[in-house]
Ligand binder design. Structure first.
Ligand code: AMP
Ligand code: MG
Length: 352
């Protein structure tokens, strides 16, 4: 067992940042420690990206497979040129439009980034986040910061400090509590090393958004088809992910039909003695009266669903639910990212 360390949990108001705390956090980064901080996507577990020993601590704290590379976070666009071997014009255009923001670009890397962080690949994932606490920490430490989601590998990503405390207490030096994250899903990962940008993981910046700037954008076939034979280009996408303790079943189809089938299955699982929960939306909540359900948002405002999805999955765990019945959403815009996470967390998908 890893030795437990003393974890300091501190609150920072993103609107009125206490720079004394940021200074302390930056000192921890600079001496090779781990600091958890909020971003606009999910909470990240950060370490000095140029210090292999520190980066190794991230893998250990999360229990993350060594072949799953980390995203390097920067606070200034010009830092990109220190890390990337070449920055194609298309990447500059995307950065201009979407940075700071939930977009991670894959570019050929400079040698300064080690095999540890890129899992031996000759490319690196780089992002400039929008959260003021994250930016202040990166600037103050004067280092690029490696920061994957601050959860135990495989669990739903944390969107509040309490989720981080659940997973990482005693494994990191500091947790900065900056309130709830905004988008609630990890960044879009787009590979910029080919002639056409290719989305390896959908997120807050959509393919439509990228096309509006560059005219073209494709998806990695592995995230469109659920065919196990297609190997995803992003190593992280091959793992099962975002899993609560309960078994998640995902229902796809017309909303009213889904609700009917979920009601039937709820009764079936309950009669088998399994505590069952339904993840509903504002449009369907009324169909599940008297049943255990958490409404995670409004289908006409997908940001309400993305921001509450992982929190909902964790809440069902707190309730001791055995089975979660989850409704699919339309795979348009942010819906693509929501469905990517839901499909990965589900053990079974039922087409109604
Ligand atoms: P996380 O840090 O947990 O948000 O995950 C980062 C995601 O980016 C994972 O799916 C990684 O596999 C992916 N990623 C990081 N670096 C690369 C890279 N060089 N090429 C492809 N995918 C990458
Ligand atoms: Mg993650």
């Amino acid at each position: 067992m890893e030795k437990r360390i003393n974890t300091r949990v501190v609150k920072v108001d993103p609107e009125n940042i206490d720079y004394n705390i940021i200074k302390k956090a930056a000192e921890i980064i600079n001496r090779g420690g781990l600091v958890v901080f909020p971003t606009e996507t999910v909470y990240g577990i950060g370490a000095d990206a140029l210090n292999d020993e520190a980066v190794d601590k991230i893998f250990k704290a999360k229990g993350r497979p060594q072949d799953n590379p980390l995203i390097v976070h920067i606070a200034d666009f010009n830092q990109l040129y220190d890390l990337a071997l070449e920055v194609p014009e298309k990447a500059e255009l995307l950065a201009e439009r979407f940075w700071p923001g939930p977009l991670t670009m894959i570019l050929y890397k400079k040698e300064i980034l080690s095999d540890k962080i890129t899992a031996g690949l000759n490319t690196a994932a780089i992002r400039l986040p929008v959260n003021e606490i994250a930016l202040a920490l990166i600037k103050e430490s004067n280092k690029p910061i490696a920061a994957p989601s601050a959860n135990t590998s495989g669990r739903p990503s944390p969107t509040e400090a309490s989720h981080v405390i659940e997973d990482l207490m005693g494994k990191v030096d500091m947790i900065i509590d900056g309130g709830s994250t905004y988008i609630g899903l990890e960044s879009t990962v787009v590979d910029m090393t080919g002639s056409v940008p290719m989305i390896l993981r959908p997120g807050g910046v959509t393919a439509e958004d990228i096309r509006s700037v560059l005219g073209e954008c494709e998806y990695d076939p592995a995230i469109i088809k659920s065919d196990e034979a297609i190997i995803p280009k992003s190593p992280g996408q091959k793992y099962r992910h975002y899993s609560p303790k309960a078994k998640v079943i995902l229902y796809k189809g017309k909303t009213e039909k889904i609700a009917g089938r979920i009601n039937e299955d709820y009764d079936k699982y309950t009669s088998l003695g399994l505590k069952t929960g339904i993840m509903s939306t504002a449009q369907t909540e009324e169909f599940y009266e008297g049943k255990i359900n958490i409404c995670i948002g409004d289908r006409t405002k997908l940001l309400t669903i993305s921001s509450n999805l992982f929190k909902g999955l964790r809440e069902f765990d707190h309730m001791g639910v055995d089975v979660i019945l989850a409704e699919a959403v339309d795979e348009k815009g942010l819906g693509k990212a929501i469905m990517n996470r839901l499909s990965k967390s589900a053990v079974e998908t039922i087409e109604v």
